[in-house]
Design a protein around this ligand. Structure first.
Ligand code: HEM
Length: 417
């Protein structure tokens, strides 16, 4: 772990790639000495998200209990007023963020959540599992005979996108387009805006096209149910539906693919843990997935805005102040996780991690993500068990995700096992 000066600014998209992950040593320092840390703005920071900048500094929370409490207290710390991400938006952009689930006004959020929840609930997910397993098999069929491949885009990124398409009722003919746009949208601090339309706007256009089709011809897909369902006696408006589509295409995508890549990386870095995992895959895999999410959470932060003057650990927080919830820091808090820097797939409380957030905005897709990861990793470790990174890994340049974007892997081809 690299040592950083205590005044390191988190608004540096090179911080995570340079460290090979979140700056854990820095977080440990703040957690101990400055648990409500003030991070000043960085006027030079730029993003491709039109109408977004970071003009206002923010408070960084690194203790588990603080991240937990603030996430659960939406009366005092809202995702709505300034949106759920750390950028400061121009009014038009902010309205788009607030039309999505993550930034909705709390009362409406609760109603919309009731509408979209059923497909994510255990019973419907169990019925969906065979399809997920079939997709996982299809993905592994593609590379298992090759002996090597690039893991992130050839393997890990496919499952969340294909799952998302099946869930929402996106036809197979559009799958590759959604795959490419989802990849570009997740990379929003780096892609070159050569086109006048951003990947997000292109996803909006696909959502609008599908919405029109499903209005005419309802089916049992999630998108159709949302289009035809009602909240407070009214149908959701177009922007709500488009934002739901885009939120899922980004929220469920970069996160799940990064977790699969971190999983393979961590197994190779911890051969003893991998040996244990392989000794009984069914027994150890579910908890190992949680330990990977604890140890290397793919989402680095979300944001809240104080709705009134308040205090956290004696630090005065003014109405309108931004709060940065650090999931990687919370997940290494020694008050909750014994020897937090040790990677242990048998850790008893691994599930307490905050990689999925907590409270009213807790990840809607957490169970689905688990199911996908279990299906994909079972398929991989059964068919090409000696899979391991080979060569340099490249990380996403961003202040938002702990994401890997290139990880060559090698393995004995399946037929030669
Ligand atoms: C390993 C995979 C995943 C991780 C680590 C992850 C992480 C998160 C986190 C931290 C939040 C909380 C946001 C907040 O409190 O402001 C969240 C929310 C959300 N996630 Fe995930 N996510 C994952 C996979 C998925 C999947 C597969 C889907 C759906 C296909 C999904 C859909 C959502 C949605 C819709 C929300 C917003 C919930 C709300 O505001 O009520 N996520 N996710």
């Amino acid at each position: 772990m690299q040592a950083y000066p205590s005044d390191t600014n988190l608004i540096d998209p090179d911080l995570i790639p340079n460290e090979g992950g979140p700056p854990y040593a820095l977080f440990a320092d703040w957690r101990q000495n400055d648990p409500v840390h003030w991070n000043p703005p960085d006027p030079d920071y730029g993003t491709n998200l039109v109408g977004a900048s970071i003009k206002q500094g923010f408070w960084v929370l690194t203790r588990y209990q603080d991240v937990f409490d603030v996430s659960r207290d939406q009366d005092t710390f809202t995702s709505h007023d300034g949106g759920p991400v750390i950028w400061d938006f121009e009014p038009e952009q902010l309205m788009i963020q607030q039309a999505g689930m993550m930034g909705m006004e709390p009362a409406r959020h609760a109603q919309v959540k009731r509408l979209v929840l059923p497909p994510f609930a255990p019973r419907e997910l169990v019925a969906f599992e065979p399809e997920i397993r079939a997709v996982a098999k299809e993905i592994v069929d593609e590379f298992a005979s090759q002996g090597s491949c690039e893991f992130v885009f050839d393997v890990a990124a496919r499952l969340p996108v294909y799952t998302f398409c099946k869930l929402l009722g996106v036809p197979n003919a559009l799958r590759e387009t959604v795959f490419t746009l989802g990849n570009e949208a997740a990379d929003l601090e780096n892609y070159k805006l050569e086109d006048e339309l951003s990947p997000t706007m292109k996803l909006f256009a696909i959502a609008a096209q599908l919405t029109e089709q499903k209005k005419q011809q309802p089916d049992d897909s999630m998108l159709s149910r949302i289009i035809h369902g009602e909240v407070d006696g009214e149908k959701l408006d177009e922007m709500n539906i488009n934002m739901f589509f885009v939120t899922l295409s980004i929220a469920g995508h970069e996160t799940t693919r990064a977790t699969a890549a971190h999983f393979v990386r961590l197994m190779s870095e911890h051969p003893d843990q991998y040996e244990l995992l392989r000794s009984d895959l069914d027994k150890y895999l579910p908890n190992a997935i949680d330990e990977v999410l604890r140890f290397a959470p793919p989402v680095v932060k979300f944001r809240r805005t104080a709705t009134r003057d308040t205090e956290i650990r004696g630090q005065k927080i003014a109405k309108g102040d931004k709060i940065y919830l650090s999931y990687p820091a919370a997940n290494r808090d020694p008050d909750v996780f014994e020897n937090p820097d040790v990677f242990d797939i048998t850790r008893e409380n691994a599930k307490k991690h905050l990689a999925f957030g907590t409270g009213p905005h807790v990840c809607l897709g957490a169970r689905l993500a688990h199911m996908q990861l279990k299906a994909l990793l079972t398929e991989i470790f059964t068919r090409v068990p000696d899979i391991r990174p080979a060569g340099e890994m490249k990380m996403l340049r961003t202040i938002w995700f702990n994401g890997i974007i290139n990880m060559p892997v090698t393995f004995t081809p399946e037929a030669a096992q």
